[in-house]
Design a protein around this ligand. Structure first.
Ligand SMILES: Nc1nc2c(ncn2[C@@H]2O[C@H](COP(=O)(O)OP(=O)(O)O)[C@@H](O)[C@H]2O)c(=O)[nH]1
Ligand SMILES: [Mg+2]
Ligand SMILES: [Zn+2]
Length: 283
């Protein structure tokens, strides 16, 4: 913010730093989440000397080195959208991030939504758990999932991401609302991304992940790979390079018919293939 970077050292202390002048030209912008080498001359602001190679990189929100995305959804208010979950999963898979799905607001579920999520995403091999920020359910589990990892919470507004985080670590929400003396206004009013250190180890981004949900940058030829449950069948399709759309003797479509792959997942797959193919045609 304002040309300054708060760099956490190995002891977990924040160090106010500037970037070396030559920096931007040489290696581009420093991003939230970057691992850097820096020096702090006595009594002065620190200087970032070098950005270490990035493991992962997200554009929106702009964060480097994220390990995992926690996709948060709710059964009601807002209503469950499997297509939205599939879109977030696709984006996470395309960035090679690990994913955990959390259904918050379990107190509003009749049980059918939980069963549906279990049937669709459990079958696809995703880790899944229920929580309720209102009842304090699932908080220990979320805390354990976040420990020692760098995470973002993704999901539509209103599903309870902030509520969950402030239960994982009381005071976190307060921090986000705190007025920064250097900036002179509430941090929550600024648009910058911030990673918060968790007491148990690990960092979590204060903004929802993937604020932009378009699939720009995703290639249609790679989409089959982003549906991990297709793997076990794709090798048995008659055609090598089968896209599992209209091809004859497609083992993936057979698996959908026999219930080994969820029909809603395949429906989302077809939708994303269409969407991305249309984008590719317009180039
Ligand atoms: N019934 C119920 N309401 C919740 C739960 N978690 C959060 N809420 C409410 O949902 C609304 C949105 O929560 P918030 O944490 O701001 O969602 P965010 O936009 O995803 O960060 C607030 O009014 C919360 O009180 C929950 O587990 N059950
Ligand atoms: Mg929020
Ligand atoms: Zn096929």
């Amino acid at each position: 913010v304002g040309g300054f970077y708060d760099v956490l050292d190995l002891q977990g202390q924040a160090n106010r730093c500037r970037a070396r002048g030559r920096f931007k030209k040489e290696i581009g912008d420093i991003m939230v989440g970057d691992r850097v080498e820096f020096e702090v001359p006595a009594g002065e602001d620190g200087i970032i000397e070098r950005i270490l190679p990035r493991k992962t990189l997200l554009k929106r929100p702009p964060v480097a080195n994220i390990d995992q995305v926690i996709i948060v959804c709710s059964p009601q208010n807002p209503a469950l959208s499997l297509q939205l979950i599939d879109r977030l999963l696709l984006l996470a898979e395309s960035k090679m991030l690990e994913v955990v799905i959390c259904m918050n607001k379990a107190d509003l579920s009749t049980g059918t939504e939980e069963q549906l999520l279990h049937d669709v995403y459990g079958q696809a091999g995703y880790q899944l758990f229920s929580a309720s920020a209102s009842c304090g359910q699932g908080i220990e589990e979320l805390r354990a999932i976040l420990t020692d990892r760098i995470s973002v919470l993704a999901g539509p507004s209103g599903v309870g991401k902030s509520s969950l985080l402030s239960l994982v670590q009381p005071g976190l929400a307060l921090q986000t609302g705190e007025v920064s003396p250097k900036i002179g206004r509430g941090r929550h009013t600024t648009r910058h991304v911030q990673l918060f250190p968790l007491d148990g180890g690990g960092l979590v981004a204060d903004t929802p992940g993937f604020s932009q949900l378009d699939l720009t940058g995703v290639k249609s030829e790679n989409i089959p790979d982003y549906f991990p449950e297709f793997d076990a069948f794709a090798g048995q399709c008659r055609f090598k390079g089968c896209r599992h759309i209209k091809e004859p003797d497609c083992a993936v479509k057979s698996a959908v018919l026999s219930g080994h792959i969820s029909a809603t997942r395949h429906k989302s797959y077809l939708l994303f293939m269409d969407e991305v193919a249309a984008q590719e045609r317009s180039y």
